[in-house]
Design a protein. Sequence first.
Lengths: 243, 357
Amino acid sequence: MTPEEKTIRPGRMHYCPVCGHAIAQRIIGEVMDELGIRTRTIGTAPVGCAVLLYDYFNCDIIECPHGRIPAVATGIKRMQPEKIVFTYGGDGDLLSIGLAETIHCANRGENITMFFINNAVYGMTGGQMAPTTLIGQKTITTPEGRIAATTGAPLRICEMLKTLVRPVYIERVAVHDAHHVERTRQAIRKAFLNQINGNGFSFVEILSMCPTYWRMGGKDACQFVGNEMMSYYPIEKFRDASE
Amino acid sequence: MEREKTLVMGNVAMAEAAIRAGCRFYAGYPITPQNEVSEYLAKRLPEAGGVFVQAESELAAINMVFGAASTGARAMTSSSSPGISLMQEAISYLAAAQIPCLIANIMRGGPGLGNIQGAQADYFQATRGGGHGDYRLIVLAPWSVQEMYDLTIRAFELGDHYRNPVMLLADGILGQMAEAIEFREPAKKKPVLKEWALTGCAGRKPNVIRTLYLKEKDALEEKNMELKAKYEKITSELQLSETRFGDDAEIGVIAYGTPARIAHSAVKQAREAGVKVGLFRPITLWPFPALELRKLAACCRKLLVVEMSQGQMIEDVRLARIPATEVDPKIEFLGRGGGWYPKPKELLAKILEIAKS
């Protein structure tokens, strides 16, 4: 495979050091190469730090309005059922402004592959609270740490989607160490294969680092995923109806 | 030979026209007075090999249309005033990304939840942009059930031709009214090649549909200039209107949609009473048919604008008068919001009153 034929374009990504976006996107690209689906894949770019996804992915991409990724993807897949449609979005996009779209898309069982990056903070706008911000976690809009009494508790989307009948595959993974990166790769492969085989809706939540807006070094950020995040967001395969 | 006609509601005429125009995707959320569209398409669209989706909201519906139309398919949604308000963000994106599609607004009374009677109070929203940023929709205004059908087909053709979203703007009366119409087959035209469409990048470079221009210097300014040039082209090529009894008119009645139909009756009655009155009805609301209006206005001493609103199109009538014609007719207005429509008698009385003054 020549560099031009690869899904991830050569060159640097703009993400901060240790940011999970770069890792997650590389794995998605590598799995697409492995499955040989680049030229029949249509991806969606979110609003947020990953909006420039189309600079890195060498395939057809549409940039979606904030929160509407699952709706846009539904329209694409219904008109191009033979193509592979993946979505990529963060906690603001899928769990806050677009929670209704996420749940209804899953509930319809659209035959698409959704990747959800959970880094517990809003990165692009400068570090505000996300629906997934942990209790006690400091952000610029929770300066004393998140308090459930006034801001609610962090949303666990995989657990919510598990209550639905239609999704065929729901798994939460992480990218903070080599072991979990490998498990993430397997989950991403599975999520694509489900679509290729016409099984239905697949959802992979990826716990991810944001050292910049967590105000910590890279090593601490990786440990934050492995300790704090994973104790609230357990690494688990919630549904695998394809096996 | 008498052509076959079918008695059909405006909403159904539009839905059938969409299918015959090759529309293969519809997403919508229920709202009165346009529910017949989704009822009809839920059955007919799958029969025609298309996809019908009842969306979870108007936000989702218009974004599903964004996705479907981005693949090059002909796609549409329909709603009524409050629902169309919810779609404005995505309509701005559709205009920015230059994705052709049809958005039908079967207008009801507003503001707020308003009521479910027909109205024309969304004229500003449709013709001025509605969503954020500098953009325009092509806005078509039918005045009969036959035109609900014909202009729907035209809307898809114009959308593809100019690579722009199109709005069909009809009051609820037109949606609910039944008339005998001809289901004319659309003329066979060579389909517009959509090289920008998302279909997978086999054998070509990847296509990207985006509206963010963050990194490249002056890129957004250039994008705006590109859109401006297109809007100017549309404005010069697509001013559609109809003038009746215009040749010797001293009074010009200006209306679109249902008020134009009612005005037509009133104008005919006033003519029988010896009043020299003509009717001008815009068919494109954007671009507003200023050139044709000026021709009528040049011989009129008075203009009467009739709208099912507190007066919105009247601003375009005033703007169309620049540069001023030789005579400078006084512009009068008859209209109210909230579900009111002009009765022929009331409109005739107004014309006679103006004729006397």
